[in-house]
Ligand binder design. Sequence first.
Ligand SMILES: C[S@@+](CC[C@H](N)C(=O)[O-])C[C@H]1O[C@@H](n2cnc3c(N)ncnc32)[C@H](O)[C@@H]1O
Length: 241
Amino acid sequence: MALLPDRWGDSLLTAKQALWWRTMGRHWHFKKFARDGGKEWLKTALSRVRQDAGPGPLAILEFGCNAGNNLYTLRQDPATAAVTYCGVDINPKAIAFARTRFPSDSFHVGDHGWFIRHADALGSFNLFVASHILYYIDEKHTRLVLEAACRVADYILVVDRMERFFDNSPARTGLFFHAYASICNDIGLDVVEMEAMLAPGSPYGYFLARSVRSVNAQQEGLPATNVRSCAGLPLTTEPCP
Ligand SMILES: C[S@@+](CC[C@H](N)C(=O)[O-])C[C@H]1O[C@@H](n2cnc3c(N)ncnc32)[C@H](O)[C@@H]1O
């Protein structure tokens, strides 16, 4: 890889990671599906999103959803159970498992390219979630995924390695540690919360950002968009009744 131009190396590494998840990682959900672990970051993000969205079920779009592990966590807690949910993942076995567990929710098999091409058709959401997924995807495609997410969701929640959050120097480690501050700035995402570590010593952190469409809606005095998710509801971006 070191002999290839960076962009080729990055594309190859992204493809290699994707292949791993379709093959070696295809049964990962059997170990991880119901492992809750608190996930305070998810609840914190939801309560922040709730402040803008008002009453009514929040609609969530998750990219790299696996078998709906995060949805499982939300549904365990009565305070967060009432969400509508659309999940996308590259792994057909995880998606098949998710469909059996959550028959009323909506799931799609798709990789990052699929998501970039189809996000606009998925509906309109209060929150987009990408948890433990973007470090498998090169910067070019991570930007495109987040740009697509910004068009369809009011808030963006990313759980990832955050060590390069403020740093633009290149780092090629086998995974992609993204310079999120600059990516968010470039694509018009306003970071409202950032935690470098989910727990003391954890290599993972998260950030929550507001998309331009959410900031514009608030400036115009509109409530956050009412969400008609891909769970079979009509697609619309009309304000909440
Ligand atoms: C570490 S798991 C995280 C799953 C879930 N988001 C969670 O937090 O429990 C990574 C997930 O990303 C999916 N994935 C990996 N590369 C992908 C890609 N290029 N496009 C879509 N999904 C991908 C895998 O199939 C897997 O379900």
